[in-house]
Structure formats: structure tokens, C-alpha cells
Design a protein around this ligand. Structure first.
Ligand SMILES: Nc1nc(=O)c2c([nH]1)NC[C@@H]1CN(c3ccc(C(=O)N[C@@H](CCC(=O)O)C(=O)O)cc3)CN21
Ligand SMILES: O=c1ccn([C@H]2C[C@H](O)[C@@H](COP(=O)(O)O)O2)c(=O)[nH]1
Length: 321
């Protein structure tokens, strides 16, 4: 940078709070989004193609401050993905309810039983057989990330499934360590052949990474984005996996770049949108990772500490199933 530019940059006012990107998108979609019917029957306002960038240096973490985000639920979900598990039982046992509505909906439709969510979750925890039958989401994120199925030729035009699939996360750690300049640092959830077995096809489907100057930057492409409920979790989780990968690969955190495809607000989120847009961001939350486990698969929830997070009150909103 020439010196004139540099000194101008140094004298620039404080950068805008990271959260304005989110609030601006919320306002833009609510006021100008394309209104349409959607799969859930709720209806949305929608915009196609959006980007947000978050600086992760100095432990900064993109956790919204204009409403409380239950980041531990998102962190537990991320750890659950990394185990390869796709059954909600382990989540429900930890008090994480964000995936319960989909198996519950299938169960109600299949049996006609008008069971409520708490009773369904209690049965999932109490009865392992019931959980195996009704709690599985199919080969969603965790399965594809750490055990992407591989079929090998078995002669005479037949194929056999390899006992162990591809662990994309383990391979990514190796490639970041051994070939940082690669343009192939990707993990992918969109297994075309298995989409029809999934409770929901992946939304946060593609993650790509970039190493420069000892820093790890990650880009998430999310095809479908519930801006009010899903995205606050998704940006936290994406930042979290960048931080875990950086730690495992002796890199510093760089940036998170979030790219949304169909970014939408459900029509029944009006109260949330109006309440949240009347608030202003405050403070700079930090994430500390208190331990360095031997591998990316060995983090525990207590390894993650969020500091300087004093958000405004939670705003509840219904989830479209
Ligand atoms: N319509 C829709 N939006 C989503 O965000 C979403 C889906 N469906 N289906 C699959 C997963 C599940 N995810 C969810 C589901 C629910 C919440 C939710 O209700 N969040 C509330 C309360 C969280 C809590 O109680 O821990 C929130 O205020 O963040 C968030 C993400 C993200 N995904
Ligand atoms: O991590 C997630 C998972 C899901 N969503 C949202 C995006 C949509 O509102 C629904 C998925 O519906 P599709 O019809 O499959 O697009 O869930 C999210 O924002 N984040």
C-alpha cells in the first residue's frame, strides 16, 4: 500500500460493527424480497445471492448481539456432525431440540399419533429401539462429512460398499497441513445419490478453505438460508469449525465468508424482524478454545468459552417444518 493510502486507512473511523451486514440483509429482504410460496407452506420473502464477511482475528466470533443466540446448541450440533452421527438421540440427550421437529413430523404422519414434542423426545431418550426407528435423519451432514460412502467394483459388473467411507474432515486437516496452497480444500455435504434418503438435503452444503500468511480463511456456500433462525447458528458454527481447523493446523484464524443462495424470511417472522431491526449491535464477542485435543474429532463442549457476550434478549420465532 502506498503511504498516503496507508495513513488514510489508519485514520479511518472505527469499522462498522460486523452485525450490520446481517441487519442490513434482514431489512433488505423484509422490505424488497420476492414473496413466494415455499415447500413448508408458510411462505417467504426471498433474495437470491448474498455475501457477508466476518473477521475472526483476535478470537472475534460472529455471534449476534441484537438477540441472544444459543451458541452452545450450535456448538453441540457441530460436535455431533463431527462424530458422524445422524440420529437426534445424542442431541436430545444434551438438551438440543433444533432437529426434533423433522423426525416428530414423520412419526406423527406415519402413526397418526398426536404425541407432543416433549413426550416424543422423552421416548427417544428412554428407548434406544424407538430412537433407532424414528430418530434418524438419514445420511445427513455428519455421515457425508466423515464417512462419505464409496463403492468398489467387485467384478462382473457388481459393486460392493467399502466398509469405511471417506473422511473428508480428516483429509482436509491433512491437506491444510501438508499442502496449504491447494485450491482443493473442500468438504461437501451434497451427495446427489443420497439426497432422497435425507430428512432435509443439506443447507450449509459446501465449505472451502484458503491459507495465506499463516491464516486460515473459510468460505461457506449455503444454498437455502432461513435468515432469522438458521443463519445465526450457521455463521457461528462455520466460524467455530474454522477455529478448530486453524488450531489443529497451527494457523491463525483469518475470515469467514458466508455466501447464501436463496436467502429468505418466513412470513411468520414479522415480529422477530421488527423487534430485531429496532435494536443496535453492541460489544465484540470472543471465542476462546481452552484445550488443544489430539485431533479435530476430540473437542468437547467445555473446550469452548465465549467471552464478552452480553446480548439483548432472545426473540423466539416459529420454525417452518
Ligand atoms: N425452517 C428451517 N429453518 C432452519 O433454520 C432449519 C430447518 N428448517 N431445518 C433444519 C435445521 C434445524 N435448524 C434449526 C431449527 C430450529 C432453530 C430454532 O428454533 N432456534 C431458536 C431456538 C433455539 C433453541 O431453543 O435452542 C432460536 O431462537 O435460535 C434453529 C435452527 C436449522 N435448520
Ligand atoms: O442449517 C440450516 C438448515 C436449514 N436451514 C433452513 C433453510 C430453509 O428455510 C429450510 C430448508 O428447506 P429447503 O426446502 O430444503 O430449502 O431450512 C437453514 O437456514 N440452515
Amino acid at each position: 500500500m502506498d503511504t498516503a493510502l496507508q495513513s488514510r486507512a489508519e485514520h479511518r473511523a472505527q469499522p462498522r460493527h460486523f452485525e450490520w451486514q446481517y441487519l442490513d440483509l434482514l431489512r433488505q429482504i423484509w422490505t424488497t424480497g420476492h414473496e413466494r410460496a415455499d415447500r413448508t407452506g408458510v411462505g417467504t420473502r426471498s433474495l437470491f445471492g448474498a455475501t457477508m464477511r466476518f473477521d475472526l482475528s483476535d478470537n472475534a466470533i460472529p455471534l449476534l448481539t441484537t438477540k441472544r443466540v444459543y451458541w452452545k446448541a450450535a456448538a453441540r450440533e457441530m460436535l455431533w456432525f463431527l462424530t458422524g452421527d445422524t440420529n437426534i438421540r445424542a442431541l436430545v440427550a444434551q438438551g438440543v431440540h433444533i432437529w426434533t421437529d423433522w423426525p416428530l413430523d414423520s412419526y406423527r404422519k406415519a402413526t397418526g399419533e398426536a404425541i407432543d414434542r416433549d413426550a416424543f423426545e422423552a421416548r427417544i431418550i428412554a428407548d434406544a429401539e424407538f430412537a433407532a426407528r424414528w430418530g434418524d435423519l438419514g445420511p445427513v451432514y455428519g455421515k457425508q462429512w466423515v464417512n462419505w460412502p464409496v463403492y468398489e467394483p467387485a467384478g462382473e459388473g457388481l459393486f460392493r460398499k467399502r466398509p469405511q467411507g471417506i473422511n473428508q474432515i480428516a483429509e482436509l486437516v491433512e491437506s491444510l497441513r501438508n499442502n496449504p496452497g491447494s485450491r482443493r480444500h473442500i468438504f461437501e455435504g451434497w451427495n446427489v445419490a443420497e439426497l432422497d434418503q435425507m430428512a432435509l438435503p443439506p443447507c450449509h452444503k459446501t465449505y472451502q478453505f484458503f491459507v495465506a500468511d499463516g491464516k486460515l480463511t473459510g468460505l461457506l456456500y449455503q444454498r437455502s438460508c432461513d435468515l432469522a433462525l438458521g443463519v445465526p447458528f450457521n455463521i457461528f458454527s462455520a466460524a467455530l469449525i474454522i477455529r478448530m481447523l486453524a488450531q489443529q493446523c497451527d494457523l491463525q484464524p483469518g475470515e469467514l465468508i458466508w455466501n447464501g443462495g436463496d436467502v429468505h424470511l418466513y412470513l411468520n417472522h414479522r415480529d422477530l424482524v421488527e423487534t430485531q431491526l429496532a435494536r443496535e449491535p453492541n460489544g465484540a464477542p470472543k471465542l476462546e478454545i481452552a484445550n488443544r485435543p489430539a485431533s479435530i474429532f476430540e473437542y468437547a463442549i467445555d473446550d469452548f468459552l465465549v467471552r464478552d457476550y452480553a446480548p439483548q434478549p432472545h426473540i423466539s420465532a416459529p420454525v417452518a417444518v
